[in-house]
Design a binder for this molecule. Structure first.
Ligand code: SAM
Length: 295
Protein backbone atom coordinates (compact mmCIF):
# COMPACT_ATOMS: atom_id res chain seq x y z
CA UNK A 1 0.00 0.00 0.00
CA UNK A 2 1.33 3.45 -0.92
CA UNK A 3 0.72 5.78 2.00
CA UNK A 4 1.41 8.81 -0.13
CA UNK A 5 -1.51 8.02 -2.43
CA UNK A 6 -4.06 10.86 -2.20
CA UNK A 7 -6.85 8.40 -2.87
CA UNK A 8 -5.71 6.04 -0.10
CA UNK A 9 -5.41 8.95 2.34
CA UNK A 10 -8.91 10.23 1.57
CA UNK A 11 -10.44 6.75 1.77
CA UNK A 12 -8.65 5.88 5.01
CA UNK A 13 -9.68 9.11 6.70
CA UNK A 14 -13.29 8.59 5.58
CA UNK A 15 -13.37 4.90 6.57
CA UNK A 16 -12.29 5.78 10.11
CA UNK A 17 -14.36 8.92 10.31
CA UNK A 18 -11.23 10.98 11.03
CA UNK A 19 -11.49 14.75 10.70
CA UNK A 20 -8.40 16.75 9.85
CA UNK A 21 -7.26 19.29 12.41
CA UNK A 22 -5.89 22.36 10.72
CA UNK A 23 -4.48 23.61 14.01
CA UNK A 24 -2.29 20.49 14.19
CA UNK A 25 -0.85 21.16 10.75
CA UNK A 26 -2.35 18.03 9.28
CA UNK A 27 -1.30 18.31 5.65
CA UNK A 28 -0.36 14.87 4.38
CA UNK A 29 2.34 14.31 1.79
CA UNK A 30 0.97 12.84 -1.45
CA UNK A 31 4.15 12.63 -3.51
CA UNK A 32 6.28 9.47 -3.44
CA UNK A 33 9.29 11.15 -5.11
CA UNK A 34 9.49 13.84 -2.47
CA UNK A 35 9.04 11.21 0.24
CA UNK A 36 12.02 9.32 -1.20
CA UNK A 37 14.12 12.49 -1.32
CA UNK A 38 13.35 13.23 2.33
CA UNK A 39 14.25 9.69 3.35
CA UNK A 40 17.38 9.81 1.15
CA UNK A 41 18.50 12.99 2.89
CA UNK A 42 18.51 11.14 6.23
CA UNK A 43 21.65 9.15 5.30
CA UNK A 44 20.19 6.11 7.02
CA UNK A 45 22.13 3.04 8.14
CA UNK A 46 20.75 -0.28 9.48
CA UNK A 47 21.90 0.62 13.02
CA UNK A 48 19.94 3.88 13.15
CA UNK A 49 17.19 4.69 15.59
CA UNK A 50 14.92 7.36 14.13
CA UNK A 51 12.43 9.48 16.00
CA UNK A 52 9.79 10.63 13.55
CA UNK A 53 7.78 13.65 14.63
CA UNK A 54 4.19 13.65 13.42
CA UNK A 55 3.98 10.43 11.36
CA UNK A 56 0.31 11.09 10.55
CA UNK A 57 -0.85 8.27 8.31
CA UNK A 58 2.70 7.05 7.82
CA UNK A 59 3.74 8.68 4.53
CA UNK A 60 7.42 8.67 5.53
CA UNK A 61 7.36 6.06 8.28
CA UNK A 62 7.39 2.81 6.30
CA UNK A 63 10.14 4.04 3.98
CA UNK A 64 12.26 5.11 6.95
CA UNK A 65 11.67 1.76 8.63
CA UNK A 66 12.96 -0.19 5.61
CA UNK A 67 16.49 1.15 6.17
CA UNK A 68 16.90 1.33 9.95
CA UNK A 69 16.74 -0.61 13.19
CA UNK A 70 13.81 1.23 14.75
CA UNK A 71 11.41 4.09 14.07
CA UNK A 72 9.74 5.72 17.05
CA UNK A 73 6.76 7.43 15.49
CA UNK A 74 5.64 10.21 17.83
CA UNK A 75 2.10 11.35 17.07
CA UNK A 76 -0.08 13.75 19.06
CA UNK A 77 -3.42 12.99 17.41
CA UNK A 78 -5.11 10.05 19.16
CA UNK A 79 -7.05 8.99 16.08
CA UNK A 80 -3.97 8.91 13.85
CA UNK A 81 -1.94 7.18 16.55
CA UNK A 82 -4.64 4.50 16.92
CA UNK A 83 -4.68 3.95 13.17
CA UNK A 84 -0.89 3.65 13.01
CA UNK A 85 -0.92 1.24 15.94
CA UNK A 86 -3.60 -0.94 14.36
CA UNK A 87 -1.72 -1.05 11.06
CA UNK A 88 1.94 -0.04 11.51
CA UNK A 89 3.87 0.51 8.29
CA UNK A 90 6.72 -1.79 9.39
CA UNK A 91 7.56 -4.38 12.06
CA UNK A 92 10.21 -2.07 13.47
CA UNK A 93 7.85 0.91 13.82
CA UNK A 94 6.70 1.80 17.32
CA UNK A 95 3.86 4.33 17.29
CA UNK A 96 4.13 6.53 20.38
CA UNK A 97 1.32 8.78 21.54
CA UNK A 98 2.90 11.98 22.74
CA UNK A 99 3.51 15.68 22.28
CA UNK A 100 6.71 16.80 20.56
CA UNK A 101 6.44 20.06 22.53
CA UNK A 102 7.11 18.32 25.82
CA UNK A 103 8.44 14.82 25.23
CA UNK A 104 11.98 14.08 26.37
CA UNK A 105 13.54 12.79 23.15
CA UNK A 106 16.57 11.24 24.86
CA UNK A 107 14.39 9.34 27.32
CA UNK A 108 12.21 8.19 24.46
CA UNK A 109 15.16 6.76 22.52
CA UNK A 110 16.65 5.24 25.68
CA UNK A 111 13.37 3.63 26.75
CA UNK A 112 12.95 1.66 23.55
CA UNK A 113 16.62 0.65 23.20
CA UNK A 114 17.44 -0.28 26.81
CA UNK A 115 19.58 2.82 27.15
CA UNK A 116 21.71 2.10 24.08
CA UNK A 117 20.53 5.33 22.37
CA UNK A 118 19.57 8.67 23.85
CA UNK A 119 21.29 10.60 26.63
CA UNK A 120 24.72 9.19 27.32
CA UNK A 121 24.22 6.59 24.57
CA UNK A 122 24.42 6.61 20.78
CA UNK A 123 22.82 9.51 18.93
CA UNK A 124 19.53 8.98 17.15
CA UNK A 125 18.19 10.81 14.08
CA UNK A 126 15.14 13.05 14.20
CA UNK A 127 12.96 13.40 11.13
CA UNK A 128 9.60 14.92 10.38
CA UNK A 129 7.25 16.64 8.04
CA UNK A 130 6.56 19.14 10.79
CA UNK A 131 3.30 20.82 11.62
CA UNK A 132 4.20 24.43 10.96
CA UNK A 133 3.09 25.80 14.31
CA UNK A 134 5.71 23.63 15.98
CA UNK A 135 8.88 24.45 14.04
CA UNK A 136 10.51 27.32 15.92
CA UNK A 137 9.94 26.16 19.47
CA UNK A 138 10.65 22.54 18.69
CA UNK A 139 13.98 23.26 17.02
CA UNK A 140 14.99 25.64 19.77
CA UNK A 141 14.25 22.94 22.33
CA UNK A 142 16.00 20.15 20.42
CA UNK A 143 19.15 22.26 20.25
CA UNK A 144 19.18 24.10 23.54
CA UNK A 145 18.34 20.91 25.47
CA UNK A 146 21.18 19.25 23.55
CA UNK A 147 19.13 16.28 22.43
CA UNK A 148 21.50 13.52 21.41
CA UNK A 149 20.81 13.53 17.66
CA UNK A 150 23.47 13.40 14.95
CA UNK A 151 21.20 14.49 12.11
CA UNK A 152 17.79 16.07 11.72
CA UNK A 153 15.77 16.35 8.52
CA UNK A 154 12.64 18.44 8.58
CA UNK A 155 10.06 19.68 6.17
CA UNK A 156 9.24 23.21 7.27
CA UNK A 157 7.44 26.23 5.92
CA UNK A 158 9.58 27.92 3.24
CA UNK A 159 9.89 31.08 5.28
CA UNK A 160 11.16 29.12 8.30
CA UNK A 161 13.75 27.40 6.10
CA UNK A 162 15.12 30.86 5.31
CA UNK A 163 15.76 31.44 9.00
CA UNK A 164 17.41 28.05 9.43
CA UNK A 165 19.67 28.48 6.42
CA UNK A 166 20.57 32.13 7.03
CA UNK A 167 23.88 33.18 8.51
CA UNK A 168 23.74 35.28 11.67
CA UNK A 169 24.00 38.88 10.47
CA UNK A 170 21.72 38.24 7.42
CA UNK A 171 18.46 40.13 7.22
CA UNK A 172 16.49 36.86 7.59
CA UNK A 173 18.37 35.81 10.72
CA UNK A 174 16.54 35.22 13.98
CA UNK A 175 17.50 33.87 17.38
CA UNK A 176 17.07 30.35 16.03
CA UNK A 177 19.57 31.07 13.24
CA UNK A 178 22.36 31.70 15.71
CA UNK A 179 21.60 28.63 17.82
CA UNK A 180 21.22 26.38 14.76
CA UNK A 181 24.52 27.61 13.31
CA UNK A 182 26.23 27.12 16.65
CA UNK A 183 25.31 23.45 16.76
CA UNK A 184 24.75 22.39 13.16
CA UNK A 185 25.72 22.64 9.54
CA UNK A 186 22.55 23.27 7.57
CA UNK A 187 21.61 22.39 4.02
CA UNK A 188 18.60 22.93 1.82
CA UNK A 189 17.51 19.54 0.49
CA UNK A 190 14.80 20.92 -1.77
CA UNK A 191 11.88 23.30 -2.04
CA UNK A 192 8.46 21.68 -1.97
CA UNK A 193 5.38 23.16 -3.64
CA UNK A 194 2.16 23.35 -1.63
CA UNK A 195 0.41 21.18 -4.25
CA UNK A 196 1.97 17.93 -2.97
CA UNK A 197 -0.09 17.86 0.23
CA UNK A 198 -3.62 16.85 1.07
CA UNK A 199 -5.10 19.26 1.87
CA UNK A 200 -2.81 21.85 0.26
CA UNK A 201 -1.53 24.41 2.79
CA UNK A 202 -1.46 28.13 1.99
CA UNK A 203 2.32 28.29 1.59
CA UNK A 204 5.20 26.37 0.04
CA UNK A 205 7.64 24.31 2.08
CA UNK A 206 11.26 23.24 2.08
CA UNK A 207 13.19 20.25 3.36
CA UNK A 208 16.28 21.10 5.38
CA UNK A 209 19.01 18.92 6.81
CA UNK A 210 20.81 19.78 10.03
CA UNK A 211 24.04 17.90 10.74
CA UNK A 212 25.38 18.17 14.26
CA UNK A 213 28.86 19.71 14.32
CA UNK A 214 31.69 17.95 16.14
CA UNK A 215 32.65 21.27 17.70
CA UNK A 216 30.86 24.63 17.51
CA UNK A 217 32.44 27.27 15.25
CA UNK A 218 32.88 29.70 18.17
CA UNK A 219 33.88 29.19 21.78
CA UNK A 220 31.63 30.36 24.60
CA UNK A 221 32.31 29.93 28.33
CA UNK A 222 28.66 29.21 29.18
CA UNK A 223 26.23 27.93 26.54
CA UNK A 224 23.11 28.72 28.55
CA UNK A 225 24.23 32.33 28.88
CA UNK A 226 24.92 32.40 25.13
CA UNK A 227 21.36 31.15 24.36
CA UNK A 228 19.88 33.63 26.82
CA UNK A 229 21.80 36.45 25.22
CA UNK A 230 20.80 35.46 21.70
CA UNK A 231 17.15 35.21 22.69
CA UNK A 232 17.24 38.58 24.47
CA UNK A 233 18.91 40.24 21.48
CA UNK A 234 16.05 39.20 19.19
CA UNK A 235 13.23 39.62 21.70
CA UNK A 236 12.23 42.92 20.19
CA UNK A 237 13.48 43.40 16.67
CA UNK A 238 12.84 47.12 16.60
CA UNK A 239 14.77 47.80 19.77
CA UNK A 240 18.41 48.74 19.81
CA UNK A 241 20.61 46.03 21.24
CA UNK A 242 21.51 47.76 24.52
CA UNK A 243 17.82 48.44 25.24
CA UNK A 244 16.68 44.95 24.34
CA UNK A 245 19.37 43.35 26.51
CA UNK A 246 18.62 45.64 29.45
CA UNK A 247 14.92 44.70 29.31
CA UNK A 248 15.32 40.97 28.78
CA UNK A 249 18.49 40.35 30.80
CA UNK A 250 18.01 42.81 33.64
CA UNK A 251 20.83 41.36 35.78
CA UNK A 252 22.89 44.15 34.17
CA UNK A 253 21.83 47.78 33.80
CA UNK A 254 21.62 49.45 30.40
CA UNK A 255 24.89 51.25 31.17
CA UNK A 256 26.63 47.95 31.84
CA UNK A 257 25.30 46.51 28.59
CA UNK A 258 26.52 49.58 26.70
CA UNK A 259 29.96 49.10 28.26
CA UNK A 260 30.04 45.37 27.46
CA UNK A 261 28.84 45.89 23.90
CA UNK A 262 31.43 48.60 23.34
CA UNK A 263 34.16 46.38 24.80
CA UNK A 264 33.14 43.69 22.30
CA UNK A 265 33.42 46.23 19.49
CA UNK A 266 29.63 46.23 18.94
CA UNK A 267 27.77 49.51 18.48
CA UNK A 268 25.05 49.43 21.23
CA UNK A 269 22.63 51.00 18.74
CA UNK A 270 22.79 48.03 16.39
CA UNK A 271 19.96 45.51 16.25
CA UNK A 272 20.20 41.84 17.17
CA UNK A 273 19.75 40.52 13.64
CA UNK A 274 22.95 42.26 12.48
CA UNK A 275 25.22 40.38 14.90
CA UNK A 276 27.52 37.65 13.65
CA UNK A 277 28.03 34.47 15.63
CA UNK A 278 31.52 35.56 16.69
CA UNK A 279 30.08 38.81 18.07
CA UNK A 280 27.50 36.92 20.12
CA UNK A 281 30.33 34.72 21.41
CA UNK A 282 32.54 37.70 22.35
CA UNK A 283 29.65 39.35 24.16
CA UNK A 284 28.89 36.11 26.01
CA UNK A 285 32.51 35.96 27.18
CA UNK A 286 32.36 39.52 28.49
CA UNK A 287 28.98 39.03 30.19
CA UNK A 288 30.24 35.83 31.76
CA UNK A 289 33.26 37.57 33.27
CA UNK A 290 31.17 40.56 34.37
CA UNK A 291 28.79 38.21 36.16
CA UNK A 292 31.69 36.62 38.00
CA UNK A 293 32.93 40.05 39.01
CA UNK A 294 35.98 39.83 36.74
CA UNK A 295 36.62 42.85 34.62
N1 SAM B 1 4.21 12.67 8.31
C1 SAM B 1 2.90 12.82 7.72
C2 SAM B 1 3.06 13.13 6.26
O1 SAM B 1 4.18 13.50 5.85
O2 SAM B 1 2.07 13.02 5.52
C3 SAM B 1 2.07 13.89 8.43
C4 SAM B 1 2.70 15.26 8.46
S1 SAM B 1 1.60 16.52 9.00
C5 SAM B 1 2.34 17.94 8.23
C6 SAM B 1 2.06 16.82 10.72
C7 SAM B 1 1.74 15.71 11.68
O3 SAM B 1 2.19 16.10 12.99
C8 SAM B 1 0.27 15.37 11.85
O4 SAM B 1 0.10 13.98 11.83
C9 SAM B 1 -0.10 15.95 13.21
O5 SAM B 1 -1.18 15.28 13.85
C10 SAM B 1 1.21 15.76 13.97
N2 SAM B 1 1.38 16.67 15.11
C11 SAM B 1 0.86 17.89 15.31
N3 SAM B 1 1.26 18.41 16.47
C12 SAM B 1 2.06 17.49 17.05
C13 SAM B 1 2.78 17.44 18.29
N4 SAM B 1 2.73 18.46 19.15
N5 SAM B 1 3.50 16.34 18.58
C14 SAM B 1 3.55 15.29 17.70
N6 SAM B 1 2.88 15.29 16.52
C15 SAM B 1 2.16 16.37 16.19
Amino acid sequence: MDRTSGRWIRETLAAHDLRLHKALGQNFLVDANIRDQIVGACQLTPADVVVEIGPGLGALTGRLAESVRLVLALEYDRGLHALLTADPPGENVIPVLGDARSVNFDDLAATYTDGEYGRGGKPCKVVGNLPYYLTGNLLWRLLVERVNASLMVFMVQLEASGRLLATPGDREAGALTAVVQYYCRTELVRRVPRTVFHPAPAVDSAVVRLLKRETPPVEVPDEDLFFQLVRASFANRRKKLANSLAVHMPDFSRETWVRLLSAAGIDPDRRGETLRLSEFADLTGLAFRERRGER
